[in-house]
Ligand binder design. Structure first.
Ligand code: SF4
Length: 191
């Protein structure tokens, strides 16, 4: 099978300077995928869309993105302001943007209160308290709407997925997934 693959992508991963402080979060792995003819990136930043850039840093308090969507947790900015409604609105704009292009998979920046798909920053000693398991608000909403979400660190799984769909896709050696990385491994061994 050799088809065009539409992939939703966190805009910061391909160099858009939409991180809260105006930086990008460029992923050389994701950027390289963009150069494949059969890959069509639909990129978006849900926080830039509703808050603009630069903006106060955000965190989820009392749970994760699923809890936010269920009304059980809040999104609070670094000044202590409750921005939950806007964060959910940004997630819906991201979903709408991807649905317009019939996107069924997305590669999202890990650790973000919007785009994180496996880990978030710990609330305690935030933003220096390390990571906890959890999903961001946009990632949770995409997943609830049948979009398969990959972490930007899931290089092996993303490559395996593309190899099944793109005839000439070359699978590189020594690729890993997020759960194999020393930085995160312990979090997933604990339960
Ligand atoms: S909200 Fe998502 S796309 Fe925007 S800067 Fe954060 S991780 Fe990147």
């Amino acid at each position: 099978m050799n088809v065009q693959v539409n992939i939703g992508v966190s805009a910061c991963l391909i160099g858009s300077k939409c991180n809260f402080n105006g930086s990008d979060l460029l992923s050389p792995f994701v950027k390289e995928l963009q150069s494949i003819d059969q890959v069509n990136f639909i990129y978006f930043c849900p926080e830039d869309e509703v808050f603009g850039t630069p903006r106060p840093n955000l965190r989820i308090v009392g749970g994760d993105g699923d809890d936010v969507l269920d009304g059980k947790a809040l999104v609070i900015d670094e000044n202590g302001k409750d921005v939950t409604a806007l964060q959910i609105s940004g997630a819906h704009k991201f979903l709408d943007h991807l649905k317009k292009s019939n996107v069924t998979i997305a590669i999202l920046m890990e650790g973000s209160p919007s785009c994180g798909s496996n880990v978030l920053l710990n609330e305690a000693n935030w933003p220096m308290g390390g990571f906890k398991r959890g999903i961001g608000v946009s990632a949770a909403l995409l997943r609830r709407n049948e979009i398969k979400v990959f972490s930007s660190f899931d290089e092996l799984s993303i490559s395996n997925f593309l190899q099944m769909r793109i005839a000439k896709f070359t699978l590189k050696n020594n690729l890993k997934d997020l759960k194999d990385l020393a930085k995160f491994k312990k979090l997933f061994e604990e339960s």
